[in-house]
Design a protein around this ligand. Sequence first.
Ligand SMILES: [Zn+2]
Length: 473
Amino acid sequence: MEYETVIGLEVHAQLKTNTKAFCGCRNEFGLEPNSSVCPVCLGFPGSLPVLNKRAFELAIKTALALGCRIQPLTKFDRKNYFYPDLPKNFQISQYDMPLSLNGFLQIEEEGYKKRIGIKRIHLEEDAGKLMHEENNSLVDFNRAGTPLMEIVSEPDMSSPQEAYDYLTALKLILQYLEVSECSMEKGTLRCDANISLREKGAKALGVKAELKNLNSFKAVKAALEYEEIRQRAALEAGGKIIQETRLWNDASLKTVPMRSKEEAQDYRYFPEPDLISFTIGEKEVEGIRKTIPELPLKRRQRFSDDYGLSRYDAGVLISDRLLADYFEGCLKIRNAPKPIANWLNGPVMSFMNERGASIAELGIRQGDLIDLIALVEDGTINNLTAKDVLREMLQTKSSPRDIIKQKDLAQISDSGELSGLIEEAVRENEKTVADYKAGKVSALMFLVGQVMRKSKGKANPNLLQDMIKRRLS
Ligand SMILES: [Zn+2]
């Protein structure tokens, strides 16, 4: 029997607000444990929650960007359960009247396009954080009450790779919208996955497993791949899948059962009595819609259409909003999209990766980068030297012209100076010269390399090649 995989994802994104969801405590990562708490987020009797308008707006902004229908009437509910990191024994969430429904996210990856449905987006508060030491468990309530947005997809993904692409696309959109920091390390982006298998072509969904403890997109993919194999093997052996929650173990690369699935009724949801249901005005929604920037897919298309960039180059640039902004800033100084994109996606990006820094943190002035490119184009320095100059620019913040002058890096395009070096190389490498004359083409590149070294990387490589060819012909 042939099976097909059905995957749905639930993403929790912590919203970038100054204060928590229902009180005025600071919403900031890395504070002294239990230093950002108050009677409201600790659930002291008599304390009353007040909705953070900013959190609400950010969730609406996301919902609009993902094509969701904003619900005119929305309310909050209490989701009741006991867990040590939940000081109130309930979580304020949204049950049957979430703030938005029915959107979608478009994935466009190499070779395929797919629309993944978004079932709902709602707002809720986070729980605290447990830390386990040798004999003790500690709890930090700073995170309790911080605003979370839950984005629930339809079970529209049919492979672990699609789930991975969905997450990548979603994270990028959230970053463009500036609604969440989206860091899995800091826990500001978290993901649970549902996966089931069904007979190919069947309508009904199979019994699913919910996967938790997924701490990177790679882990999501690996856990789904593991489950796909586990469930298929069980089904093929005539076994049954039970509905359960399973934990991903990053060390053993396996999922293990955690608990059988609880139903909504186990939570005894009921309307939060301290927050009344409310309506969102059309005008307010339209006001928020105006704050949505150009989104990644659209920007990639525009970069291709307007600047003639390849799909790949445009894709690399837009995958980092700041880099894409920087690129467009450079274009205002000089309209040369292709060379600028090459420099940003090549050497500049490798420096960013090497230093774990954003483009802003590298601190290269846009004008200096444009100058550097011009200096290569007019033959003042060669490409190789230019990369060294760029490194020096990062360290000293000097302009490329100053660096070239100070370090005497200008390219040698003087044939007299080069022919001296070529004669030296020819003398020192008799065997290579003989090889070249005998038809071994690669010998030429060796000689070019030798002279390049003698010139301390400053020889004009095109001129050099021509001269050596002529000398040996
Ligand atoms: Zn508080």
